[in-house]
Design a protein around this ligand. Structure first.
Ligand code: PEP
Ligand code: MG
Length: 590
């Protein structure tokens, strides 16, 4: 007999990955890894085995290119570029050479050897404490599964998302990028995954299709049955299973409110960021790839306040050369000219080692206090000069500003500037054009730099405060440790006093200060930062509408009064409540 008892409502907290609210029946999508048979290959069959591998690689390449073309047609060139990372996996010489070595060594069938080697790589990626790199492990997993399917002559595992023909919410243990590419937006109107993070490719696709998504709900797929009803709340990262009538009514209202609120924010995005009393506040974008210039334009940012350049290295299998770096920087700068682009030199090392060049990065006990960023560059001058030369050359194609990460004091800044001067002299001698007046600034993200801001300000054209690191070092709270995340408090009086000190010293020296850490993109802190005297804010592009709305809704006089009040308080939570109340009073969904 079918179970006709009313089902109980319960909710599961995950990570908000793509905003929006969806309600519907679910389509459970469970991917299982394929089993690879293990057997010995006779020596006379070895060449044939290698041939089989090459054919499988070629077939995989063709399939990925087909998917890429389909995605380009449906979603556009930016989303299609996701699959470049997949094609790069297939060209990874280390992966292929190691598979052959494994084959030589143990004589097992080639799929077993490839499976062993690719799993070893995937494990190495999974263990890295960097979300972006873990996602690259996901790319490798996806491509490896395809190669194995081709070697084993299979067409794919079980169900396919592209076969979804009923309007459903897809609930999956994981969604690979090729699966995501097969999603038909008219059929899937919500996505939930057990695993994943905000930067997984499936999420990027969901966001670009404006499909509400929640990821990281652990083992929700084990608790659900096909056809169950759920609400996906992509704003708060919650999934509500078997929602009651009351819950549905409440969410119906929330959906309407959010929609009109977002429309209101987006309407303001093309308006100038001027406070009610006439101060213009440049609002810039943080980007990691040249392709993100489209987002910078979509959200009408005043150029780029932080271009994190390490990402071009992190995803590469070898060190990029000057021509490759130059092309990427020039494309970014030229696409946004005359708006400025602040290019930050490499912040590699520490928790962001380059997997493609492991020899350069030692294992460290305390990576966040270790061999990273400017420290690493000043000991690898060839690599540093290659990047500086590329940045300088790009400065001939638009408005470039250069800044160094993790500067700890004046002497280090002097050493970096000496290398920059050598690069300028070299380019001059070669007749290569660059901007002779290129502004050079320092990130302020180490307490020693903040304390000696007066000394640094004399030798900088601007400061950019990296609150992500500055807060972790000031409060001694590891910024990626969940266990102590509740103690990571941007409104700690130590943070406020430090920000004020840096701003005051910079202004005394006549230079401007930007904030480019996550604090800058959270509207709760907008008035506080402006009131403390911060001149510019730089953030991920989707944060721009809310921050701009707030800038336009406040006066500098109110912001200064708020900052003065905050500086007089001593409890971080009280200061937060003060800022939150200020923000909520102006930024209300109605
Ligand atoms: C920061 O530390 O605030 C910052 C912007 O740099 P990153 O997040 O890249 O360390
Ligand atoms: Mg930093």
């Amino acid at each position: 007999m079918p179970d006709v008892r009313p089902k109980e409502e319960y909710s599961v907290q995950g990570i908000s990955a793509s905003q929006g609210i969806a309600y519907g029946q679910i389509f459970l999508y469970i991917q299982t890894e394929i089993e690879v048979p293990v057997y010995h290959v006779n020596p006379e069959k070895r060449m044939e085995e290698i041939g089989r591998f090459e054919v499988a690689l070629l077939a995989t390449r063709q399939q990925i290119q087909q998917i890429q073309a389909q995605v380009e047609k449906n979603l556009g060139p930016d989303e299609a570029r996701i699959f470049d990372a997949h094609l790069m996996v297939l060209e990874d010489q280390a992966l292929i050479a190691e598979t052959f070595r494994e084959f030589e060594l143990n004589g097992h069938n080639i799929e077993t050897c490839f499976n062993t080697v690719s799993r070893r790589y995937i494990k190495a990626f999974d263990e890295i404490d960097d979300e972006y790199l873990r996602e690259r492990g996901g790319d490798l997993r996806d491509v490896a599964q395809r190669v194995l399917h081709n070697l084993l002559g299979r067409t794919g595992g079980g169900q396919k998302l592209s076969e979804l023909v009923d309007k459903r919410i897809v609930v999956a243990n994981d969604i690979s990028p090729s699966d995501a590419a097969g999603i038909d937006r008219s059929q899937a109107f919500g996505i939930v995954t057990d695993t994943g993070s905000k930067t997984s490719h499936a999420v990027i696709v969901a966001r670009s299709m404006k499909i509400p998504a929640v990821v990281g709900v652990r083992d929700l797929t084990k608790r659900l049955r096909n056809g169950d009803w759920v609400i996906v709340d992509g704003y708060d990262g919650v999934v509500i299973v078997n929602p009651s009538e009351q819950t549905l009514f409440r969410y119906g209202k929330i959906r309407l409110q959010k929609k009109s609120f977002e429309q209101r924010l987006m309407e303001a995005v093309r308006l100038p960021a001027i406070t009610q009393d006439g101060t213009t506040v440049p609002l810039r974008a943080n980007i990691e790839h040249a392709e993100e210039t489209a987002l910078v334009k979509e959200y009408a940012a005043d150029g780029v306040g932080l271009f994190r350049t390490e990402f071009l290295y992190l995803s590469a299998t070898k060190l990029p050369n000057e021509a490759e770096l130059f092309a990427s920087y020039r494309d970014t700068v030229a696409a946004l000219a005359p708006a400025p682009v602040v290019i930050r030199t490499l912040d590699l090392g520490g928790d962001k080692p380059m997997v493609g060049a492991p020899g350069l990065f030692p294992q460290e006990q305390n990576p966040f206090l270790g061999f990273r960023a400017i420290r690493f560059c000043l000991e690898h001058l060839d690599l540093f000069k290659t990047q500086l030369r590329a940045i300088l050359r790009a400065s001939a194609h638009g408005k470039v500003l250069l800044m160094y990460p993790m500067i700890s004091g004046r002497e280090e800044l002097g050493r970096a500037n000496a290398v920059l001067a050598t690069c300028k002299a070299e380019l001059m001698a070669e007749g290569q054009p660059f901007d002779p007046d290129l502004a050079v600034g320092s990130m302020i993200e180490i307490p020693s730099a903040a304390v000696t801001a007066d000394l640094l300000a004399r030798e900088c054209d601007f400061f950019s405060i990296g609150t992500n690191d500055l807060i972790q070092y000031l409060l001694a709270i590891d910024r990626v440790n969940d266990r102590i995340a509740h103690l990571y408090e941007p409104t700690h009086p130590a943070v406020l006093r430090t920000l004020k000190h840096v701003v005051d010293e910079a202004h005394k020296a006549g230079i401007k200060v930007s904030v480019c850490g996550e604090m800058a993109g959270d509207p709760v802190y907008t008035a506080l930062l402006l009131g403390l005297g911060v001149d510019e804010l730089s953030m991920t592009p989707p944060s721009l509408p809310a921050v701009k709305y707030l800038v336009r809704a406040l006066t500098m006089a109110e912001a200064r009064a708020l900052a003065a009040q905050a500086l007089a308080l001593d409890a971080p939570k009280e200061i937060y409540a003060l800022c939150d109340a200020f923000c909520s009073a102006r930024l209300k969904p109605q």
